[in-house]
Each structure stands twice: as C-alpha cells, then as structure tokens.
Design a protein around this ligand. Sequence first.
Ligand SMILES: O=C(NO)[C@]12CC[C@H](CC1)C2
Ligand SMILES: [Zn+2]
Length: 312
Amino acid sequence: NAAHDVTAFGKGVFGDKRKFEAQAYEGKFRLFDATRGDGVVTYDNTTGTNVDVLSINKMFKDGAAVDAHVNAEKTYDYFKETFGRDSVDDNGQQLISAVHVGENWNNASWNGRQMSYGDGDGERFYPLAGGLDVGAHEMSHGVVQHTAGLIYRNESGALNESYADIFGAMVDRDDWLIGEDIMADGSIALRSLEDPSVIVDERTESGYSPDHWSKRYIGNLDNGGVHINSSINNKAAYLVSEGGEHYGIAVSGVGREATEQIYYRALSFYLTRNSDFSMMRQAAIQAATDLYGSNSAEVQAVTQAYNAVGVY
Ligand SMILES: O=C(NO)[C@]12CC[C@H](CC1)C2
Ligand SMILES: [Zn+2]
C-alpha cells in the first residue's frame, strides 16, 4: 500500500514538542515531507533508515531527527516565502538530512548534496540538529553552491561562510547569534554577527574573530580563515540591518527585511565563484541600488557598513 502524508508530532533534542509533515508507510511512519519541493527527508545515519518509527500516536522519539526535519522545513519555507526560491537549486531539490553522523561529532555540514549533523560530545556541543540556525546555516551553503558558487577558501570562502551565517540568523530570527541553542560549555554562542569579537570559535585556532578588514586572518588555517574572516562580512550585514557605530563610522540600519533582499540579490545576481570582499561591497551596493534606488537609505547603509569594516 502506498505511503500517505500525515501531520505528525515529536519531541526535539531539548524535549520540546514539534509538529511536522511525515508519511504513514506500511503501518509505520517516516520522516518524509512530500509537501515541500521534491520532498524533505531525514534519516538516522546509524541505521540508514529514514527513521521509520513504530508509533500509534505519531510521536517520533528521535529528537535530533525531529529537529533536523523541522529545521529543513522551516528553512525551505524561508527561502520560498522570502525570495520565491524553491529549495537549494530553485528547482525543488530534495532536502536530505542525516542525524547521528560520526561519533559525538562536534559539527554539522553540507557536503554538496545533503546536511549532516553530529550529536556533539555533550561538553562543547549538544546535538547540533537542536539549533535552527545550524540547519539554516548548512542549507544556505547549498543555496550559495547553486548561485554564486563561492569557492570555499580565502575571501570567497569567508563570504560563503558569512552567507551561511547571515541566512542562519535570518531564519532563526530572534537574535544575531549562531549556535546559541546548542552550546554545552556555557558559552553564549559559537559566533555573534553583532559583535564578532565577543565570541571566538576556537575551532579556528586563530584566537580571534576580526570585525575589520585590517584585522583579517591571512594564513592556511581553516581553508584560509573561512570561519574567521566571515565575521568581517557578518558585521557589515549586521550594521546594514541594525545600524550602529563601528570604528567611528555611524551606520543607519534599514532592518532585516531590506537586508535579506539586498544580500540575496547580491548573491544570486552579482557574486561569482572567486568574488572577494571588495566585490561583495560592490555587489551589495548594486543590489541595493536595483531594489531601492541610488539615493536610498539602503544604499547609504550598505556603503557606510562596508566603510565601517574597512572594505572598499
Ligand atoms: O560553521 C559551521 N559549519 O561550516 C558550523 C556552524 C554551526 C555548526 C558548527 C560550526 C556548523
Ligand atoms: Zn558553514
């Protein structure tokens, strides 16, 4: 008998009740949402099944699988509703997530085809699927791959990482932090777009997150600092949206809605594989000009934000 769509319920990593689309299938249930694009499917990497769960009340017991599934649904909806984009490739590509990847793996990734989440070691991270901004970060790597295709090293790689953080912060919209829900070691978050210097992602072993181009990391760590120098562009995007004064330069913010449209248009129309920070500035100014006019507050905010982080 064929599978049929059901609305199901389950508990996330932190025990919170989640609602999502699944399928009833041969008397069991699976995390396959057939209502979005060509499907949103989540599976348990240790069993290889897409979490077929024997359940009478449709409660799913695997918290990481439930959260990963909901993250993907929410991020799909964000790109569809905000930009009219149908999945990572704008052609409904199936969104695949694997949970329980590795052994207490303190990371998550996009491998060009799917999202993977580690369970964390319980000291540095809780299961990473528990962070909506993490799932949105990973899926955004897929969007970057299918648009500008920013090469994952040096400045283009830092822009790739920054875009994943920017969209991560736009999907998980209540703050400008990345990873705040999954830190087990008491730190506030993994990264802050608002003030990069307050949180250092020590995985990068560089010991700092620069908030000005003059402080950029130059070296071979972290693919040439993709998780380090990303914070320069993160700070610029934060300033475009929220405004503020940075190194003596004042920026009047234009809000999240204008900011996400500017960055998405820059990514999908102007940036290319080898774009660097200077090209990011130009692309964002051009996108803001296209959308709001050359004398707009948005163009002014973008110009001032990149001046403030020292990118010309
Ligand atoms: O930057 C990352 N991946 O490229 C992440 C962001 C949240 C998880 C921990 C570090 C993945
Ligand atoms: Zn990333």
